[in-house]
Design a protein around this ligand. Structure first.
Ligand code: FAD
Length: 457
C-alpha cells in the first residue's frame, strides 16, 4: 500500500509515521518546515515564550517564599527568542529522525493533487509526479485577517510575526481575546508592553465557562492589561509608525502594532482539490466523514483543514485515524472528550460541555466546585487563585469540567479520561488522590457534586 501525506504538521507527520508503522510505503511532502504551525508558529513557540515570562514572574514573587533577590531582575528578550528558536530546531530534528527511523520518505516541496491518485511535488530544483493508493491531506491553516485591518506584516500583524519579534513593542492592540490573543497578550505585558485586548463578545475566551473567563479577566486587570469587551474594531490606519484603530463606538486606540487574532482558516490554496473532485464548504473546510475520508474514496483530510476543533492534538488524533483507515482499518473519530487548554497564568483547561452549553441543550446536570484556596498544596506553592468546576448528568456521569488555576492543563487529564470513559463523579471521586497535591481539588469538586466535599467552605 502506497500512502502520500501532504503537509508535515502534527496531523500530517503523525499520520505518516502511523501508516508506516502499519506497513505502508509512505511519502510525506512538506513545503516549509516539519512540525507545521504547531511547532514553528503555534503551540510550542508560544509556550516557550510563556515559560520565560512565567519564570520572570516567579522570580519577582520570590520574596513570598522567603527568598531575597539582590538587584533588579530583568529579561533579555533576544535570549528568550533565541531559546525558543533552539527548541524549535531541536524538536524539528526530532521529527525528521522519527520519519527516518520509521522509513517514511520525506520530500521537501509543495504538493498538488493532479487527480485522485497522483500528486505533483514542486521544489526550487525539481518537479516529480508520484502515485499513491491513498492520499492524506494535512495542509493546515493560516490566520484570518480581513482587509479592513490592512495587514502589512510590520505595524499590522498576526501571531506569525509576533513570534519572531526582535524587540518588545512599547504598545500593542490585540484584536480578539481568544486563546492566542490572551496568551500572547499576557506574555508581552510581562515583557513590558502596554497591552490592549479588544474582544467582540462580552468576555474574553468566549468559548469557556463564564466564571473561568472572569477569573482570567481579574488577573489581566491586576496586571494592567487593558480589556475592551463587547466591542469591535471598525477601522485601522497606520500613521507613520503608529497604528490607530477605530472602535465601533467612535473611540480610537493607538499603539505601535496591532495584532489580529480572530481565528484561522484552512489552507488549500494550490492544493489542486478540484483536480480530484473535492469541494470545500462555505468556510473553506474540506468535508469528511467520521473515518476522515473526503467525498473521494481513498483521499482523507485531517487537522485544521476540517470542521473539528483547530487544535494540534485533534489534528494528531485525526491523522492516526486517517492512517489506520488508509491501510484498511475502519476507525471513527469522536470529539466527545477533547481537552482545550489556555497557557496563561492562571492556566485554563476544559473538556466536554460547560454550564451554558448544558443549559442551551436542555441537559439535566449537577455541578460540583472547589476553590484552590482550600488546598494545602495550593497554599504551599502560593497558587491559590482559581477553581475546579465539574458537571455531571442525571446518571452521575461526568459530562464536562473546567479548571482555572495552577497546572490546570496537566490536571485536566484525569477528568478528560473520566469524560472519555463515561465514568461517574462517584467512581472518580472514590479514587485515593495524593496529599498534598493540586489534584485533590478535582476530588473535592467531584465530592461536591453530592454535597460531600470535606474542605469546601
Ligand atoms: P499545520 O500545523 O498548519 O501544518 C500544515 C503543514 O502543511 C504546514 O507545515 C505547511 O507548510 C504544510 N503545507 C501546506 N500546504 C502544503 C502543500 N501544498 N504541500 C506541502 N506542504 C504544505 N493547538 C493546540 O492544541 N495547543 C496549543 O497550545 C496551540 N497553540 C497555538 C498557538 C498559536 C499562535 C497558533 C497559531 C496555533 C496554536 N494551536 C494550538 C493550533 C495548532 O497549531 C493547529 O491546530 C495545528 O498545528 C494544526 O495541525 P495541522 O497538522 O492540521 O496543520
Amino acid at each position: 500500500m502506497k500512502v502520500i501525506v501532504i503537509g508535515g504538521g502534527p496531523g500530517g507527520y503523525e499520520a505518516a509515521i502511523k501508516a508506516a508503522k502499519l506497513g505502508a510505503q509512505v511519502i510525506l511532502i512538506e513545503k516549509d518546515k516539519l512540525g507545521g504551525t504547531c511547532l514553528n508558529r503555534g503551540c510550542i513557540p508560544t509556550k516557550a515564550l510563556l515559560a520565560s515570562s512565567d519564570i520572570l514572574n516567579e522570580i519577582k514573587e520570590a520574596a513570598r517564599f522567603g527568598i531575597q533577590i539582590e538587584g533588579e531582575v530583568s529579561e533579555n528578550f533576544s535570549d528568550i527568542i533565541e531559546r525558543k528558536n533552539k527548541l524549535i530546531l531541536q524538536l524539528s530534528k526530532g521529527i525528521e529522525f522519527l520519519l527516518n527511523k520509521n522509513g517514511v520518505r520525506y520530500v521537501k516541496g509543495t504538493g498538488r493533487l493532479l487527480d485522485r491518485r497522483r500528486v505533483e511535488v514542486t521544489a526550487d530544483d525539481f518537479k516529480e509526479v508520484m502515485e499513491a493508493d491513498r492520499i492524506i491531506l494535512a495542509t493546515g491553516s493560516i490566520p484570518v485577517c480581513p482587509e479592513i485591518f490592512g495587514y502589512d506584516g510590520k505595524n499590522v500583524i498576526t501571531s506569525d510575526e509576533v513570534l519572531s519579534f526582535r524587540k518588545v513593542p512599547d504598545s500593542i492592540i490585540i484584536v480578539g481575546g481568544g486563546v492566542i490573543g490572551c496568551e500572547i497578550g499576557q506574555f508581552l505585558k510581562r515583557m513590558g508592553s502596554e497591552v490592549t485586548i479588544v474582544e467582540m463578545m462580552p468576555h474574553i475566551l468566549p468559548l469557556e465557562d463564564t466564571d473561568v473567563a472572569k477569573q482570567l479577566e481579574r488577573q489581566f486587570k491586576k496586571e494592567k492589561i487593558r480589556l475592551i469587551t463587547g466591542e469591535g474594531i471598525s477601522s485601522v490606519r497606520v500613521n507613520g509608525n503608529r497604528v490607530i484603530a477605530g472602535l465601533k463606538d467612535g473611540k480610537e486606540l493607538e499603539a505601535d502594532v496591532l495584532m489580529v487574532s480572530i481565528g484561522r482558516k484552512p489552507f488549500t490554496q494550490g492544493l489542486g482539490l478540484e483536480n480530484a473532485g473535492i469541494r470545500t464548504d462555505k468556510r473553506g473546510m474540506i468535508p469528511v466523514n467520521k473515518k476522515m475520508e473526503t467525498c473521494v474514496e481513498g483521499i482523507y483530510a485531517i487537522g485544521d483543514l476540517v470542521a473539528s476543533p483547530a487544535l494540534a492534538h485533534v489534528a494528531s488524533k485525526e491523522g492516526l485515524i486517517a492512517a489506520e483507515n488508509a491501510v484498511g482499518g475502519s476507525r471513527e473519530v469522536s470529539y466527545h472528550a477533547v481537552p482545550r487548554c489556555v497557557y496563561t497564568d492562571p492556566e485554563i483547561a476544559s473538556v466536554g460541555i460547560n454550564k451554558a452549553e448544558a443549559d442551551q441543550k436542555g441537559i439535566c446536570y449537577k455541578i460540583g466546585t472547589f476553590d484552590f484556596r482550600g488546598l494545602g498544596k495550593a497554599q504551599v506553592v502560593n497558587k491559590i487563585q482559581g477553581f475546579v468546576k465539574v458537571l455531571t448528568d442525571e446518571k452521575d456521569r461526568l459530562i464536562g469540567a473546567s479548571i482555572v488555576g495552577p497546572s490546570a492543563t496537566e490536571l485536566l487529564a484525569e477528568l478528560t479520561l473520566a469524560v472519555h470513559l463515561g465514568l461517574t463523579a462517584e467512581q472518580v471521586g472514590d479514587v485515593i488522590h495524593p496529599h498534598p497535591s493540586l489534584c485533590e481539588a478535582l476530588m473535592e469538586a467531584l465530592h461536591d457534586v453530592h454535597g460531600q466535599s470535606i474542605h469546601k467552605v
